[in-house]
Write a protein that binds this ligand. Structure first.
Ligand code: FAD
Ligand code: SF4
Ligand code: SF4
Length: 1008
């Protein structure tokens, strides 16, 4: 309580944010590493003034601060017990940009990918690129001295940092930049009472000492090694004019690079930029029968000046073998290579690329290495090769079972020429522990990523984790390598710095830290005084929790907890809308960590692991963080670990409601399809009442949203009348009521002679079982009617089988047991009806896709087979049309030749579980229709989410990110189309434009 009151005083003084609640602290307790420590508070400073106040507060209360960007550190750099200072939310402005001199000055929260987007039109970029470029912040990159696949050309941040403005531990401000010896000495001779002067004096004293210089030169990684991130970079400062007379200016920014937030708080940084190459790029995919051949061939490749050399082994390649989509990306793989080197060549012309590739191949073959060397220069081919590598690495994150790919020896670097011997010894170390793992390397710079499978809840595996780390550290030392090539020391490698750099140098690092930070304010426990590697691990050792009684089927061991633990913290879900993709819309709209997919997985994991309550689901904290999840399912497909938060949320809600009660609004929304039945009896009255502000207020809906009205007739009622009309019009062989079990009366009956067809239909091409989902049936039956007419016109019999609603409203509101009952009923009703030749075809993606996504996971063992079979034959309308195009049953001849421009917004669940490609293909049937898909994610409405009064603003904000502007700027003649019912309503509410279902667009295009 007292603590909270102290923080209240600080909160009042800040322009930014301060949180001391348990939820926020838990969400900032982890990064992308295996570590966890709950901070005392979380701040999001908005100015230098804020930063100073927070530092002063921490000093006066004996606390510490942990500067943090996107939190993608893999070694626990941003895990600690102090005050987390999240720079990503407010400190993200580009301050100055000089194209002619090629530099930019930025605040530390600027995201690398976003910066490069702004620089690209000027043909400039920031050189070092991490694979986390779409979310990592420049301050974090400086903190970790990051680099990427092209480090052979661009080096690391240390090579491009020009100036840094920082707040020092005593609250004073300092500006660091390149200094001549004279300027450096003048700094050293400044006011000795100033912290800045003490810092310069310490460096001068340490680096001008002969013994120190000898120790640094002897013990630090080999000077030829480009990737080096162990300890403070004293070696980089030693080789400058003040200490060697070599004419090179000294720049303390190089020391800050890789200092992991332990020395000062960066408030802005001036960065060197490099030109975007105008040259051509080629990719040689060199195949090898052994790892040794490949690593030796790498030395040959380096002689030909490649831009990058990446090593992937058969383990990674084979991960993609069973994946239908990735199989198409294996086009370049010949035979069964044990290793492929991806060698990127950049040259002014394609001829030069071919010559280099050919010369390289000759040299490798002459040395007896490699057997296949395809060269690709097309952008699409190269993208597919990189995509295969990315997918293979993604699969590694999803290996089922307790053991997961663990970051422990994932970041070593040795000189490439020593790599063959080093890798052999590293493999022996793995064998010693009975481990094997995938080999993946930025081999041009000697960087090796090994991530063995370990279970960090198992005390034996934790011992292995420790033993392995130490053995590899000793091995790297033997080869004069760097224990960290790019990921940094953090909690993972800090313990081994004395071993890596020698005790003498470690003492210098401690002295340096003490000079900069006598208060122990900045990120303690990193680089110096690091606790043992096994302390503060994310999971309590030896603890297994069992979660039975879930509605969805989760893995047997630890069930839903296992599913939440799949989140590695990689923060792919923290990218902005500018970076494209669909995950995670709520983070994209707000920039708040607590509205990211990661936050939702983290909060669930935390309480399922450490709840003090008997019922671990009984936590309002989880409820509040889950509440803003739109259940759009983008994470299910886009998260590299396939964390499916929509499913986790639904399961959580059911258990939470079991302990509390189902809120009235959730109950109402879930049961709406059933309430529509009496509602239809008094339709005008129903529509009137639901349109009133009073009604909306009563049920907690936003008064700013019109509620979808009931259609004049339900699709089923129309279809019954339509069927009767067809029967009358047909011959004596009219359809009888009997026939296929479960088919709606009045419809045609497959197998019966003389099936009726509407006037003008081209003949019996088959029967379609149309799913009269609850939204189409009651609210938009006109679309359903057009779907029937369209299919009949194209020559199909359409039947609406007996079935219940899809259960989507129950799923989205967490009434899972009711959804399960519906699923079971539907499976029982449809299992004898639906076949490959009589598929279930759906109009509304969110409804139809329940058959494919949720039913098989909730049907129970006895019905799982039936559920999977129906799922295999449950098609979206557009998927059915495409199937029939492929069979030659539908052609463009049935459609207009007039031109039209179509702008498509895909449904989020369709994107995640299926694809929008069939929609585009179907809409392109009219030969002169030009279809463009909006590059966006969830529209923001997400079923009932956007109707709920407290969610209205967020849903509109999400719409405004990409969708609404795209619709507004479309010409008046452009046809806006969206398969999702809520998307169409959202588009109308947000832009005033009417969007059509693709079925309507195609129906209108029919030659009638
Ligand atoms: C899947 C994955 C792939 C990765 N691939 C690469 C890769 O290819 N290359 C690579 O180099 N790294 C890689 N990383 C590691 C990581 O992404 C990089 O280190 C990245 O630059 C960190 O940025 P961030 O914003 O997440 O920083 P954070 O993790 O938030 O912070 C990093 C460090 O910087 C410090 N810091 C942040 N802001 C400040 C500030 N204002 N003042 C002082 N200190 C500050 C922090 O205290 C911390 O020590 C990868 C990580 C993941 C999860
Ligand atoms: S939810 Fe997925 S993308 Fe987000 S941090 Fe977790 S693993 Fe990474
Ligand atoms: S379902 Fe959508 S909103 Fe929810 S966490 Fe996943 S990506 Fe974010």
């Amino acid at each position: 309580m007292k603590q909270d009151m102290i923080f209240d005083t600080l909160r009042d003084q800040l322009a930014g944010d301060l949180y001391t609640d348990q939820t926020q602290r838990i969400l900032y307790a982890t990064d992308a590493s295996a570590y966890r420590e709950v901070p005392v508070a979380v701040t999001r400073p908005a100015s230098v003034d804020d930063i100073k106040k927070i530092l002063a507060f921490a000093r006066s209360t004996g606390s510490s601060v942990i500067p943090r960007g996107a939190g993608t550190s893999l070694a626990g750099q941003v895990v600690g017990p102090g005050i987390v200072m999240d720079i990503s939310r407010h400190l993200n402005r580009i301050l100055e940009f000089n194209v002619a001199e090629r530099w930019v000055r930025v605040e530390p929260g600027v995201v690398l990918g976003e910066l490069n987007r702004i620089l690209a039109p000027h043909r400039l970029q920031f050189g070092p690129e991490t694979s986390t470029a779409n979310r990592c912040c420049m301050g974090g990159m400086l903190g970790n001295n990051s680099c990427g696949a092209h480090s052979i050309i661009h080096g690391s941040v240390r090579d491009h940092i020009l100036e840094v403005d920082a707040v020092l531990s005593d609250g004073s401000e300092a500006h660091f930049c390149a200094l001549t010896t004279e300027e450096f000495n003048s700094k050293c001779n400044g006011d000795p009472a100033l912290l800045e002067t003490k810092i310069y004096m310490n460096l001068r004293d340490v680096l001008s000492d002969k013994r120190n210089a000898e120790e640094i030169r002897r013990e630090y990684p080999h000077p030829g090694l480009r990737r080096r991130n162990n300890g403070y970079a004293l070696d980089a400062l030693l080789n400058t004019d003040p200490f060697t007379g070599n004419g090179e200016k000294i720049n303390i920014c190089k020391l800050l690079a890789g200092s992991e937030g332990t020395l000062a708080f960066t408030t802005s940084m001036k960065l060197n930029l490099v030109p975007l190459t105008e040259d051509r790029t080629g990719l040689v995919c060199a195949h090898f029968s052994s790892l040794q051949d490949a690593v030796r061939a790498n030395i040959i490749a380096l002689k030909h000046r490649p831009a990058a050399v990446e090593l992937i082994d058969d383990y990674i390649l084979n991960c993609t073998k069973d994946n239908i989509e990735q199989n198409r990306n294996r086009f370049f793989v010949k035979g069964d290579p044990q290793v492929i080197l991806l060698i990127e060549i950049i040259r002014p012309t394609l001829e030069e690329i071919s010559e280099t590739a050919a010369a390289m191949e000759r040299d490798m073959l002459a040395a007896g290495y490699g057997y296949h060397f395809p060269l690709f220069t097309g952008a699409d081919e190269m993208a597919r090769v990189w995509e295969l590598r990315r997918a293979g690495l993604g699969v590694l994150l999803n290996i089922p079972g307790r053991r997961k790919s663990v970051q422990v020896i994932e970041d070593t670097a040795v000189l490439p020429e020593l790599f063959p011997e080093y890798i052999e010894e590293a493999a022996a170390v793995l064998r010693k522990y009975g481990l094997s793992c995938a080999y993946y390397a930025h081999i041009a710079t000697g960087e090796l990523h090994l991530s063995p499978l370990l279970d960090l809840k198992d005390p034996d595996d934790i011992r292995t984790f420790r033993g392995l780390a130490e053995d590899i550290a000793r091995l790297v030392k033997k080869y004069r390598g760097s224990l960290s090539g790019e990921h940094g020391d953090g909690r993972l490698r800090g313990e081994f710095i004395p071993l890596m750099l020698g005790q003498h140098n470690y003492a210098l690092l401690r002295e340096l830290k003490k000079t900069w930070d006598p208060y122990g304010l900045f990120n303690p426990g990193k680089i110096t005084e690091t606790p043992p590697i096994t302390e503060n691990l994310r999971y309590p050792a030896g603890e297994r929790r069992s979660f039975r009684g879930t509605v969805f089927e989760f893995p047997e061991e630890e069930g839903i907890l296992y599913a939440a633990e799949k989140c590695s913290g990689s923060a792919d879900c923290r990218k902005s809308a500018l970076m494209g993709g669909t995950m995670c819309p709520t983070f994209m709209a707000t920039g708040d960590e607590d509205k990211s997919t990661r936050a939702r997985a983290n909060i669930l994991r935390e309480f399922l692991t450490r709840s003090p309550k008997k019922e671990p689901f009984d936590h309002e904290e989880i409820y509040r963080v889950m509440d803003l999840c739109l259940s759009c399912k983008a994470c299910k497909s886009e998260c590299p670990s396939n964390v499916d938060v929509a499913r986790l949320k639904a399961e959580f809600l059911q258990h939470y409601y079991d302990l509390h009660h189902v809120p009235f609004r959730a109950w109402l929304i879930a049961w709406l399809p059933r309430l529509y039945v009496p509602g239809m009896l008094v339709r005008p009255l129903t529509n009137f009442i639901t349109g009133t502000a009073l009604f909306k207020r009563l049920i907690g809906f936003s008064v700013r949203r019109p509620i979808p009205a009931l259609s004049p007739v339900t699709l089923r009622a129309w279809e019954r009348r339509h069927g009767r009309k067809k029967s009358r019009a047909a011959s004596d062989n009219a359809v009888s009521k009997s026939g296929i079990n479960g088919l709606e009366a009045g419809n045609s009956n497959e197998g019966a002679p003389g099936i009726s067809h509407p006037e003008g239909s081209s003949g019996p091409k088959g029967t379609v079982c149309l799913f009269a989902d609850e939204f189409t049936n009651y609210n938009e039956s006109d679309i359903g009617i057009k779907a029937v007419m369209l299919l009949e016109k194209l020559g199909y019999d359409v039947v609406i089988p007996r079935h219940h609603e899809s259960g989507r409203t129950f799923l989205s509101k967490g009434l899972l047991r009711s959804a399960q009952k519906i699923a079971v009923k539907n499976i029982l009703m449809l299992r004898d009806v639906i076949t490959e030749e009589r598929p279930l075809v759906g109009i509304e993606p969110s409804a139809l896709l329940t058959f494919r996504d949720e039913y098989p996971e909730m049907a129970g063992k006895s019905l799982a087979g039936d559920a999977r079979r129906i799922a295999g034959n449950a098609l979206l309308f557009e998927e059915f049309i495409c199937r029939e195009i492929d069979r030659g049953n539908i052609t463009s001849d049935s459609f207009t030749g007039k031109p039209a421009k179509i702008l498509l917004h895909g449904h989020c669940q369709q994107k995640a579980v299926a694809s929008t490609a069939p929609t585009i293909r179907m809409l392109s049937l009219p030969v002169n229709y030009k279809v463009e898909e909006i590059n966006d994610g969830c529209c923001g409405m997400a079923g009932a989410f956007g109707y709920e009064k407290e969610h209205y603003d967020l849903s509109m904000k999400i719409g405004e990110m990409v969708l609404f502007p795209a619709v507004r700027t479309a010409s008046a003649e452009t046809v806006i189309t969206a398969p999702g019912t809520s998307c169409r309503h959202h588009i109308a509410d947000g832009t005033g434009r009417k969007a059509l279902h693709p079925v309507e667009v195609l129906y209108d295009a029919l030659i009638k």
